[in-house]
Design a protein around this ligand. Structure first.
Ligand SMILES: [Zn+2]
Length: 183
């Protein structure tokens, strides 16, 4: 089917996911001021396609080379995360963590920008967060468990941090194949 509408947004693209070592993944990303711009809409469409193709549970704009404070959470059980809860795709713009639990817990993480590695990463078990969605609506939410973990992982990407920087030693990360055998 050809696109004959006047809508300027193009068909969504499956974007290249950058790997750790790319400078943009170590930068603090910019606050988004115009949620309704065509560029942001296109970016959200592109990220939606890209994260589904990669079977990720989240993806942040810097991972596709856009240094903007935006990420998607799209938790669903998959080969990469068999125990992930099912959640509709959530667009998170200009996120903040308002409050955290005192306690951190260890849980296994991988990252589309750290291919082939998994590690036990400490994260707060409970967080209160605020963000705006793709319509500009403000959300205040309490997140626990795996969703709290995804939120903290993706927010880290907006601050130039990957899960490797959360480890005491780089060598605490193990190969994905080794991880699969342990499950
Ligand atoms: Zn990641």
């Amino acid at each position: 089917m050809t696109n004959t509408s006047n809508n300027k947004s193009k068909a969504p693209n499956n974007l290249t996911i950058l790997q750790r070592g790319e400078p943009i993944l170590a930068q603090v990303a910019q606050t988004i001021h115009n949620v309704n711009s065509a560029d942001i809409k296109q970016l959200i469409d592109d990220l939606t396609v890209t994260v589904a193709e990669a079977k990720g549970v989240g993806i942040a704009a810097p991972q596709v080379g856009k240094s903007l404070r935006l990420f998607l959470m799209c938790s669903a059980p998959s080969e990469r995360y068999p125990d992930a809860p099912l959640l509709p795709i959530t667009v998170v713009i200009n996120p903040k963590i308002i409050k955290t639990s005192e306690q951190q817990v260890l849980g296994w993480e991988g990252c589309l920008s750290v291919k082939g590695k998994r590690a036990l990463v400490p994260r707060y078990s409970d967080i209160d967060v605020s963000y705006i969605d793709e319509t500009g609506a403000l959300h205040n939410q309490h997140l626990t468990g795996f969703l709290a973990r995804i939120f903290q992982h993706e927010l880290d990407h907006l601050d130039g941090i990957t899960f490797i920087e959360r480890l005491d030693n780089d060598s605490d990360a193990i190969d994905e194949l080794q991880w699969q055998k342990q499950q």
